[in-house]
Design a protein around this ligand. Structure first.
Ligand SMILES: O=C(O)C1=C[C@@H](OP(=O)(O)O)[C@@H](O)[C@H](O)C1
Ligand SMILES: C=C(OP(=O)(O)O)C(=O)O
Length: 449
């Protein structure tokens, strides 16, 4: 539905002239912002989101909630905790249809909002980018039907579709195969305090990916007063229960997006330099926190201080054999670094990436090989044997993480151009400028004047 840029430009990825040495302030987490918006919209009193991410995915979420009747005001923040000085004030209201929701290609919007729509009164139509029609949604649709919703999915198990909200949902027990996306489970849990009977979600089927994102859902639900039973807390494996009840309006400061910190940390690794990310949380459910260990194994070292996380490259990059099923969204950035390493890598546990923004395994294989790489797809990941790479056009398939991965390669390989770098707007609209600033921090005041 939303227009993509008509002629995606070619962006010459800058070659690093030496070791980077920069402090990079990374905007808020997509996953936290979009959960925070949904929970605030379902609360019984107004709340705040401070330092929210403003990117395509989060603006689509905010717009969709507004369309349903929720008040979301842009406001200068009064909190000293918010040095960015910006916040969203969310004012819950009755949820109404008819309405149309544009999900773009945001997994969080296309999965988290259908349960919200089932609580509205009136039909809510869901549509999005062509790729959104291909991304898995059937589990959410079937689960909502089991819980009492009426849904017309003309594409049978996918978008576009209409949820005929009836002002409430029975809820109760439901089985779901969420092996294609953890967001199925998160979606049902997030709205469940508002279901008449709450929910008992039982994942059946193959392994569930992205567990940290489910923990994020549970933590954020609890922080607004929801009662959630989890497998970790001594419950049954693969079963989550949410008790019905009112949610509190909270004041939430959104953490920096640690997965979006990845290309900048990778720059330190690839150039043997140093990058500091301020406000790196000491405790977090974000999967990006795993980069501390993964990139250290690949050749750097890191230190968490009051200034943030400082990652220092050693000048050597090592291959890695790693199961990324918990942190799948880090795969493109790890693959980029692995292609520049001094030994082969095996990335495992990420078959579900074939159904992300693009088929990430196929796209990484093709694009790295076209630059001279030697990458093969496995059933559930990639084998990457580093080779000397050459310049060329790196296609991004409207995938923000392909674009940032290409920029990492471009630091070390002359003549890499990135097709449609603007696709980074999905979660990081300022990426090209942030990248340039990182490479030449001394020139930032002049550039920004
Ligand atoms: O819940 C979330 O915020 C997310 C969960 C993960 O989805 P999958 O489980 O579909 O990989 C992740 O890849 C995505 O970027 C964000
Ligand atoms: C998989 C991703 O996004 P989405 O939320 O659209 O699933 C991602 O950001 O890597």
């Amino acid at each position: 539905m939303t227009e993509s840029p008509a002629h995606p430009a070619l962006w010459p990825a800058p070659l690093a002239s030496g070791a980077v040495d920069a402090t990079v302030t990374v905007p808020g987490s997509k996953s936290v912002t979009n959960r925070g918006l949904v929970l605030a919209a379902l609360s019984s009193e107004p709340g705040w989101l401070r330092r929210p991410l403003r990117s395509r995915d989060t603006l689509l979420m905010a717009e969709a909630l507004r369309t349903l009747g929720v008040g979301i005001e842009e406001t200068a923040s009064s909190s000293s905790a918010d040095s960015a000085g910006e916040a969203w004030r969310v004012i819950p209201a009755g949820l109404h249809g008819p309405a149309t929701v544009d999900v773009g290609n945001a997994g969080t919007v296309m999965r988290f909002l259908p349960p919200v729509a089932a609580l509205a009164d009136g039909p809510i139509r869901f549509d999005g980018d062509p790729r959104s029609y291909e991304r898995p949604l059937g589990g959410v649709i079937e689960a909502l039907r089991t819980l009492g919703a009426r849904i017309d999915d003309d594409n049978r198990g996918a978008l576009p579709m209409t949820v005929f909200g009836s002002g409430g949902l029975d809820g109760g027990p439901v089985e779901i195969d969420a092996s294609s996306s953890s967001q199925f489970v998160s979606a049902l849990l997030l709205s469940a305090p508002r279901f008449n009977q709450g929910v008992e979600v039982r994942h059946v089927g193959a392994a569930l990916p992205s567990m940290p994102h489910i923990r994020m859902t549970v933590d954020m639900l609890r922080s607004v007063g929801a009662q959630v039973d989890t497998p970790e807390a001594g419950g049954e494996p693969n079963v989550w229960r949410v008790t019905p009840g009112a949610l509190l309006g909270r004041d939430l400061v959104v953490e920096p997006d640690l997965s979006n910190a990845q290309p900048f940390l990778a720059a330190a690794l690839v150039t043997g330099g140093r990058v500091t990310i301020p406000d790196w949380p000491a405790h977090t459910t974000q999967p990006g926190d795993a980069l501390r260990e993964i990139f250290t194994t690949m050749g750097g070292s890191c230190e968490l201080t009051e200034q943030g996380l400082t990652f220092t490259g050693s000048g050597r990059i090592h291959g890695i054999d790693v199961d990324l099923s918990e942190v799948g969204e880090l795969t493109p950035g790890i693959a980029a670094v692995a292609a520049l390493a001094d030994s082969p890598s095996t990335l495992r546990g990420v078959a579900h990436l074939r159904l992300h923004e693009t088929d990430r395994l196929a796209a990484l294989t093709k694009e790295l090989n076209e630059l001279g790489g030697d990458v093969t797809e496995t059933a559930d990941g990639l084998h990457i044997r580093p080779r000397p790479l050459h310049g060329g056009t790196f296609h991004t398939y409207e995938d923000h993480r392909l674009a940032t991965a290409a920029a990492v390669i471009g630091l070390a390989v002359e003549g890499v151009t990135v097709e449609n770098v603007a696709t980074t707007a999905k979660t990081l609209p300022d990426f090209p400028a942030m990248w340039t600033d990182m490479l030449d921090p001394a020139a930032v005041p002049a550039r920004r004047a």
